[in-house]
Design a protein. Sequence first.
Length: 159
Amino acid sequence: MPPLHQLVVQVEDALAPTAQNVPLFVYGTLMTDLPNHALFNLSVNSLSIQPVTLPGHQMYSLNDWYPVILPSSHPKDVVYGEAITLKPAVHNSLIMKLDGLEGYRGDDDPSSSYVRRKALARTKDGEEVEVEYYRWNQPISEYCSRVEHGDWKRLIREL
């Protein structure tokens, strides 16, 4: 059996299998000026935060508490958010904390509320940026309502 410290490293690597140079696309309560952004100190723990859109995705509001997104077959569907590049020193530990917030238990676990996926986001200049994001992994229920414009900040301003 390997020494305990080697097992700990193996478990940490398995729990946070995300590339450190891939920005995290956030589209809800983790965005700048929203509660979970401050809770996780994302401004302090990031190298950059830039506004982007995620084409080919649609947003739903779950009881007006938080958004969920899913891929869409309609090319005009878009979700507005931010691409956050985390500092390498905090990347893995912060992703593990965000996994807990998002109910992520692994891509193969059907009980995961969200799963992590990669996609191409677009900057204001039209540049494509590969991002990783949390995609809803449960059925859309009667408690979910479609957010046609795909902008969580706009939705909460309008409530």
